[in-house]
Each structure stands twice: as structure tokens, then as C-alpha cells.
Design a protein around this ligand. Structure first.
Ligand code: ADP
Ligand code: MG
Length: 286
């Protein structure tokens, strides 16, 4: 019997994560894998010492964004999925866009880094960005989920206010894809294939996330959308991922890639055993 370790965050209670944990553990049992679960806080991260794991692990399913712990485990020889590099590139959308610049994405400009107390006394870069992107413009904090750190600014004043509020964080400015207002496609990828997909539609907000009020509908992705998601996962080195795609007048555009994408809503919608596909992809990657 193989042994796996599922690592989740110790400090963020989540009913959806609880359900994913149960689905992964039960899919693992059906595949003769003993999947033990622990939190990132259960493993002391002491550089230069061997990790003290709560259970043996032939592989580690890393369902968290604690990239330091993830790297520590990799440095000590554990096969970890997704890798710390892939998680780090997805966790910060500014890094994702740096690494996916040759795929179709909304035009994106990374904001210069400043310091929280200092803000942006000179917003010259914003005036240049506005010429390229025009208003309304999307602003994203590099690190964020559930649509909660994504903003739509209709003019320079609103943009300046948002940039000042989040000064010191990694931030990006992005072309607003109006054709996709309140809508996106979520493709769940595992082992280089799309295993399930949905459309999300929000009639009350430009963000399609279910947490922002979006409704999920079954969806069969096009070949072009699948190819885009496959390329994104391969460039970022992901074994499994949730890929968000926008509809634009110029075809599908990559919105973002999630290395730890929740799959409960998609599982209830499609009944696809996404947990088993993820474990299968991990097995194939070893
Ligand atoms: N450039 C854009 N143009 C139009 N809508 C966008 C754009 N970027 C994001 N959105 C909308 O906002 C939602 C959340 O953005 P996303 O980058 O996926 O962040 P999160 O990590 O919070 O899900 C997307 O699902 C989409 O509906
Ligand atoms: Mg998203």
C-alpha cells in the first residue's frame, strides 16, 4: 500500500476544504493509498533538519500556499504536488502573468512596488497604463481568491484610491474584458487533461466567482479553451489546477490559474470524481 500525506492550512477553517479532504481520502482508499491528513502547523519547519512528518509519505499532496514549508519538504527529497515553484507562481497573479506572457491574456501591467506608508506620491506609471488599458480598468492584488481582491475602477481617481489603499502589496492593472462581464469558464485540469468544467455567471457583479454570487452551470469546453489551459499548466509546472478563462472578442483569454483550486462546487455540479483524477495525476507524475 502506498502512503500519501495531504497537507492543508492549520489556521483557516473551511467547510469546502473539509469536504475536499473527505473526497480525497475516500478516493485514495479506493486506489489503495493510505492518505493521512495534517496541517502545515503540524510540521516544524527547521532548516537543516529532516522533516518530522506525522505519517510516512511516498508523496505529499500540498493543499496550501505555505511555499516555504513546501520547499523545505522538496529539499528533503519528498515528491510534492503541486511543486513549491508552481504554487508560488500561481499564488501571486503578477508572477503568473510574468510567466504566461506568450499565451492570450488580457493586457496586463504590473505595478511598481512601493512601501505601505509611502504609497505612490508619483502616479506617472498609471497615466501611461491608462493610455494602454483605458477605463474601466481591472486592478488585482497579486495574492487573492474568491474574487475578493479584484476591483473594477471606472476612472483615474478610483484607481488611485485603490492603489493607495493597497500600496506595498504586489498589484497589477489589467484590460477589462467587457464581453466577459460577470462570466467565466473554470476548467479543472489534472495530468494535462481537462477532467471537468463549468461556466459561472453572475448577474450582479463583474466577478463570476461563486463566492461573489456567481451561479455554476455545466459546460463542455472548446478545443481552444482546453489547449489554453493545458499550455498554462505545462508552463507553470502544475500537476493539477483550476484554470479560469474569459471570453473575449479575440477568443478565449486566460484569466488566472489556481494551484489549490477548490473543486466541491464543480464536483456537485458534474458528479465527476475530481479527487480520483487528482490522485491519478499525482501517481502519473511520480
Ligand atoms: N480582466 C478582466 N476582465 C473582466 N473580468 C475579469 C477580469 N479579470 C477577472 N475578471 C473577473 O473577476 C473574477 C475574479 O478574478 P480572478 O483573477 O479569477 O481572481 P480570483 O483569484 O479572486 O478568482 C474572474 O472570474 C472574472 O469573472
Ligand atoms: Mg478566479
Amino acid at each position: 500500500m502506498k502512503h500519501g500525506l495531504l497537507i492543508r492550512n492549520s489556521y483557516w477553517p473551511s467547510a469546502s476544504m473539509d469536504e475536499m479532504e473527505a473526497l480525497l481520502v475516500s478516493a485514495a482508499a479506493r486506489m489503495s493509498i493510505a492518505l493521512h491528513v495534517c496541517g502545515n502547523g503540524d510540521i516544524p519547519c527547521v532548516p537543516g533538519t529532516a522533516p518530522k512528518l506525522p505519517a510516512p509519505a511516498d508523496f505529499i499532496l500540498f493543499w496550501d500556499k505555505d511555499v516555504r514549508l513546501c520547499q523545505y519538504l522538496e529539499m528533503n527529497g519528498y515528491p510534492v504536488y503541486n511543486s513549491s515553484r508552481a504554487i508560488a507562481l500561481c499564488d501571486d497573479k503578477t508572477l503568473t502573468h510574468l510567466h504566461l506572457h506568450d499565451l492570450p491574456v488580457p493586457q496586463t501591467i504590473l505595478c511598481p512596488l512601493t512601501f505601505p506608508g509611502r504609497g505612490y506620491p508619483d502616479l506617472g506609471f498609471l497615466d501611461q497604463a491608462a493610455q494602454l488599458l483605458s477605463y474601466p480598468m481591472v486592478i488585482k492584488e497579486g495574492c487573492g481568491s474568491f474574487g475578493q481582491q479584484v476591483y473594477l475602477a471606472s476612472n483615474r481617481e478610483e484607481t488611485a484610491e485603490i492603489l493607495t489603499r493597497f500600496a506595498g502589496k504586489s498589484l497589477l492593472l489589467q484590460q477589462y474584458i467587457q464581453e466577459s462581464h460577470g462570466q467565466d469558464k473554470r476548467l479543472y485540469m489534472a495530468g494535462g487533461q481537462c477532467v471537468a468544467a463549468m461556466r459561472r455567471i453572475n448577474e450582479t457583479d463583474f466577478r463570476a466567482n461563486i463566492a461573489s454570487g456567481g451561479k455554476a452551470l455545466p459546460y463542455t469546453p472548446t478545443k481552444e479553451e482546453i489547449a489554453l489551459a493545458v499550455n498554462a499548466c505545462s508552463q507553470l509546472g502544475l500537476t493539477f489546477a483550476g484554470v479560469d478563462i474569459l471570453d473575449s472578442a479575440n477568443g478565449p483569454m486566460l484569466c488566472e490559474v489556481n494551484s489549490n483550486a477548490h473543486f466541491t462546487a464543480l464536483y456537485h455540479l458534474t458528479k465527476v470524481d475530481i479527487a480520483a483524477h487528482i490522485l491519478d495525476a499525482v501517481r502519473g507524475a511520480q
